[in-house]
Ligand binder design. Structure first.
Ligand code: FMN
Length: 328
């Protein structure tokens, strides 16, 4: 039996939560990590590139594979392939993605407008899956169609083992405030565990999210970017009632260096330099002259030089020297 209660989830984020980043978050205390969404159709067509998104590291504890699609049989077929080839703990079905291309194909959040098709997907997938199947949903498609509680109930009756709720509608995308009250309504409607998601950024908001939603676990997305020790701080907060651990700028860069080094060994230097840019821009957030540092990083094409730059930056931040004139 999979115990997913009282856990800290790292949210699936396409383009960000690859194995290297998930591994880092696992190391810093994320209990559950999930791949970015993978296309069921691409899996059934044998896409090697898609399959590469499904690989886990030793630092990850409870591991989920997130699948998206709209054809129940293709989804089931994809899950059969995935379970024959990979080791993981649960399958998560994406019913929240707001991207126009995905919605137009009736996938992601579009499924919230089509509960009978969504139910069929969960039924077909649970029929073939040897592992638990969860569903990740939103508050509703738009303000006129707020149906998370009823929709979650249908998912439960179709065989879902737990449900994650992002408290925004599809129309809101990632703007506005996540509605935690709707998550509480979902919790009141279903028996399966509920994971609360949206706008959890620190220990205080994590605590409030539990209080307001009464959810079984919480999931963190954007706040973890460039900030993997957030998981550790939240756990510390729940243990002691307050957070003592402070992350100083040079420590941030030290972890960024570790991340980049790992990325180089997993993806090769050329790819790592390009992929590291978006992550590094989050790692330097809040550091003096962040904009200039980002600009410099984004213009670098060589892994060795980038590493050298980050090491210099770390050393100057540690000595609290003004690095502006020296290295920028
Ligand atoms: C860049 C980005 C990519 C995302 N990709 C996915 C995805 O592949 N699958 C998914 O279910 N949600 C995806 N999400 C949504 C997050 O999982 C999460 O629900 C959302 O960011 C709200 O949580 P937060 O306020 O903690 O960030 C993505 C979000 C962002 C910002």
């Amino acid at each position: 039996m999979l115990n997913i209660k009282g856990k800290l989830f790292l949210a699936p984020m396409a383009g960000f939560t690859d194995r290297t980043f998930r591994s880092l978050c696992g190391k810093f205390g994320a209990d559950v990590t999930i791949t970015e969404m993978v296309s069921a159709k691409a899996i059934t067509m044998g896409s090697q590139k898609t399959k590469e998104l499904i690989s886990f590291s030793e630092e990850e504890k409870i591991k989920g594979v997130q699948v998206f699609g709209s054809d129940p049989h293709v989804m089931a077929e994809a899950v059969k392939i995935i379970q024959d080839e990979f080791e993981y703990d649960f399958i998560d079905i994406n019913m929240g993605c707001p991207v126009p291309k995905v919605v137009k194909s009736g996938e992601g959040s579009a499924l919230m407008k089509n509960p009978s098709l969504a139910a069929k997907i969960v039924e077909e997938v649970t029929k073939v899956s040897r592992k638990p199947v969860s569903v990740k949903i939103r508050k509703g498609f738009d303000e006129e169609n707020i149906n998370a509680p009823e929709f979650a109930y249908i998912m439960q009756e179709s065989g879902a083992s737990f449900v994650t709720v992002h408290g925004r509608t599809r129309t809101q995308m990632y703007s506005g405030k996540a509605d935690w009250e709707i998550i509480r309504k979902v919790k009141e409607r279903v028996k399966i565990p509920v994971i609360a998601n949206g706008d959890i950024v620190d220990f205080e908001s994590a605590k409030r999210a539990y209080e307001v939603t009464r959810a079984d676990s919480i999931m963190i997305g954007r706040a973890a970017l460039g900030n993997p020790w957030l998981f550790l701080q939240i756990k510390e907060g729940f243990k002691k009632g307050y957070v003592e651990t402070k992350v100083l700028p040079h420590m941030k860069i030290r972890v960024a260096i570790e991340f980049f080094t790992q990325l180089c060994s997993e993806k090769g230097e050329k790819m790592a330099v390009l992929e590291a840019r978006k992550h590094l821009s989050f790692f330097v957030k809040g550091i003096e002259n962040a904009a200039k540092i980002r600009d410099k990083i984004n213009r670098m094409n060589n892994a060795e030089k980038l590493l050298e730059f980050l090491e210099e930056l770390e050393s100057m931040l540690e000595k609290k020297e003004s690095f502006v004139d020296n290295i920028l």
